[in-house]
Design a protein around this ligand. Structure first.
Ligand code: WTA
Length: 654
């Protein structure tokens, strides 16, 4: 890595611009800048060529791209199977004995597990047969509520093999969150585990799973025995994974799937209290998962790729499952907490396995930065050759710390911008091309086009802020809809600038005239709390369900490590008096309804919320309060006096 510094643009806040080393340029799949131009000339052919070369199709498409705003389709009439591409293909080559998944359990004394492509092939086939035997058919939805163990990839790929749609739910979400998702998706089967290890304790996942399947269409719960904790098995409904697998036939013919058929849905937070099921197709998604994994992370056969994201998020789907496996790569997954038993656990794992590509979230980097560089220094991290970040804007200090103390100044830091909706990365520097600029994600991935618009829809100038949008042809892996909610799909993404422009809900700035983009964060009420996507409305919903709460408003406050945290302003019912016990009950309420990741950083009890004369809560004022910004004009409020009162309260608890 040359610490060189050809200025792309003068900026007093940013003195660093890095370019790929000669070694990286030589090794990288892509090191010729002309790829951008080539793709821009004919993006549809660019994607068609990559889809053809990168994947094995049962039948090629008759038309590459169709656009009926706000809908688009790719590889029309193409036939393909995702599990065949991720597993069977490699099982037919020397890669059958190559490690597909290396699993590190949290307890340090427990042995690791390594699944070769042959092992993965066997288990995916068998589990696909298990699902079939239980009556799962093409198009049915299967819920997956598992910790980070190889069975999660096995279950996902088994669904894909038989054409069932998987809906993975983050294992730290509550039973109630799981329940909402199972109901919405009309899932027939839930795959879960008895428990898992987290910070030295066993978490009983089955208890949550039982809440999750109440009053749903789920006929069977398949339970993987991971932690050997005692669980309640409901006769006739609950079945042990290992018993089913013992009897399952060893081969299952992969279903011939239409390219546009749904591979999975993944629920994510929007601006309302109800999470939306983002629908992803098969052929288009596989194409971008394959290509971005290969080009962004420069995946080669000798790499060990560790994406630390949980499988319950899109990052886990695309870079801890489909993307690398489609490339025949080796992935590492880790069950537990990053600071167990000590805060250098991650670096110990990197050293132990010789991880070469490491992909994580800025929030984790900021945490590591706080703990100090002595922790990574204890370990030999020389195997790492590429670093990635995702999930939220990264500040310069965190970027530089990552670059210097984890990458030792040798490795490019690939800052990838994308969303659950986009399925795969869209804006980032390519490792063999660069430049790598702290706080600047990079350029649009070849074959995609973004713009930054002002409120009136006019493109903004370099250095000015605006709203990030995407233009046709939309990347093949973009969402195909919101599950069973076509109106919300239109309203959310295709109404701000019309039905021909995809609205991302992110703020952005053009960094230079090369097309480099700096992302500045969400412009809606979606928060990124320690990298987890969460809506303020969901937290409000959870709180207002509590019997003592009259009304509440939740806003995001900036946080040094987590990026953002929810702050809840709560008005209690008239006959309820505030107490510590009640406050704790409110915190617990959020944990019970959503999960621990949504727990507010602070609950501010108040007699009233600032409202307009028509009774609308002025969240703008609350946001300004928690950010310590100027509050502005309050004269139009129905109750301007509450603002002073709230100001005192916010500062008091500080
Ligand atoms: C944010 C995660 C800045 C953004 C893959 C987006 C980022 C939201 C970056 C989607 C980045 C993701 N720089 N912001 N590199 N990557 N974001 O659906 O606000 O969990 O809209 O997908 O994360 O979050 P989601």
């Amino acid at each position: 890595m040359s610490k060189q510094t050809k200025w792309v643009k003068e900026d007093p806040n940013n003195k660093f611009v890095f370019w790929p080393s000669e070694e990286m340029k030589k090794k990288a799949w892509i090191s010729d800048e002309s790829i951008y131009e080539e793709a821009a000339k004919d993006p549809v052919s660019f994607w068609a060529e990559r889809a053809k070369k990168g994947l094995e199709w049962i039948q090629l498409w008759t038309e590459t791209y169709q656009w009926n705003p706000p809908h688009y389709k790719w590889f029309i009439n193409g036939k393909i199977n995702a599990s065949y591409n991720a597993v069977d293909r490699h099982n037919k080559t020397w890669r059958k004995d190559k490690a597909a998944i290396i699993w590190e359990p949290e307890p340090v004394n427990e042995p690791k597990r390594v699944l070769t492509y042959k092992d993965l092939y066997r288990d995916v086939n068998k589990f696909a047969n298990v699902l079939k035997t239980l009556g799962v058919k093409k198009g049915d939805c299967v819920g997956i509520y598992l910790p980070m163990i190889p069975e999660v990839q096995i279950a996902m790929l088994a669904c894909a093999r038989i054409g069932a749609i998987h809906s993975v739910v983050f294992s730290a979400f509550s039973g109630e969150s799981l329940n909402n998702r199972m109901v919405d998706a009309k899932a027939k089967i839930l795959v879960t585990a008895d428990g898992y290890h987290r910070r030295g304790k066993i978490i009983n996942l089955k208890v949550n799973a039982d809440i999750g399947v109440r009053n749903t269409l789920v006929k069977h719960v398949i339970v993987f025995k991971r932690a050997n904790n005692e669980v309640n098995m409901v006769e006739g409904r609950d079945l042990w994974w290992h018993e089913l697998m013992e009897e399952a036939p060893i081969y299952c013919e992969p279903e011939v799937m239409d390219s546009e058929s749904t591979l999975f849905i993944l629920y994510t937070s929007g601006t309302t209290g109800k999470p939306k099921g983002i629908v992803h197709d098969t052929g288009g998604y596989l194409t971008v998962a394959y290509l971005t994994a290969k080009w962004d992370f420069d995946l080669h056969d000798d790499d060990i790729f560790w994406c630390t994201a949980d499988i319950g998020w899109i990052t886990g789907h695309t870079y801890s499952c489909y993307g690398p496996l489609l490339n025949g790569a080796t992935i590492l997954i880790y069950e537990g907490a990053l600071n167990f038993p000590e805060v250098d656990r991650w670096w110990e794992i990197v050293e132990k396995y010789g991880v070469t590509i490491f992909y994580t979230a800025p929030t984790a980097i900021r945490m590591m930065l706080r703990w100090g560089e002595e922790w990574p220094k204890k370990h030999d991290l020389k195997s790492i050759r590429l670093l990635g970040t995702v999930g939220e804007p990264i500040n310069q200090d965190a970027w530089m710390w990552y670059f210097n103390h984890i990458g030792n100044g040798r490795c490019p830091v690939i800052d990838t911008w994308w969303q659950t909706e986009t399925g795969a990365t869209l804006i980032n520097a390519l490792p063999g091309i660069g430049p790598f600029i702290p706080t600047v994600a990079g350029r649009s991935f070849p074959g995609t086009t973004h713009d930054i618009l002002d409120e009136t829809g006019q493109p903004v100038k370099i250095g000015e802020g605006g709203y990030l949008v995407q233009k046709s042809p939309f990347a093949p892996g973009m969402l195909r809809g919101i599950y069973r909610d076509p109106e919300r799909y239109k309203a959310q993404y295709w109404s701000i600038y019309g039905d021909r422009i995809y609205y991302t809900s992110d703020g952005a700035i053009w960094w230079d005239d090369l097309g480099n983009i700096r992302l500045t964060g969400r412009v809606d009420d979606v928060m990124k709390v320690a990298g987890h996507r969460l809506s303020t409305a969901e937290v409000e919903n959870a709180l207002t369900q509590h019997i003592s709460v009259a009304e509440c408003a939740v806003v995001a406050a900036p946080h040094d490590v987590k990026g953002e945290v929810p702050i809840a302003f709560v008005v209690l019912k008239q006959d309820v008096s505030p107490s510590h016990t009640l406050e704790n009950a409110l915190f617990n309420q959020v944990v019970r309804v959503i999960g621990p990741t949504a727990k507010p950083a602070r609950i501010v009890l108040t007699d009233a919320l600032p409202k307009t004369r028509s009774g609308k809560i002025m969240r703008r004022i609350l946001k300004a309060l928690v950010k310590g910004e100027m509050i502005g004009d309050v004269s139009t409020l129905m109750n301007p006096e509450t603002v002073e009162d709230l100001k005192k309260k916010v500062n008091q608890t500080d």
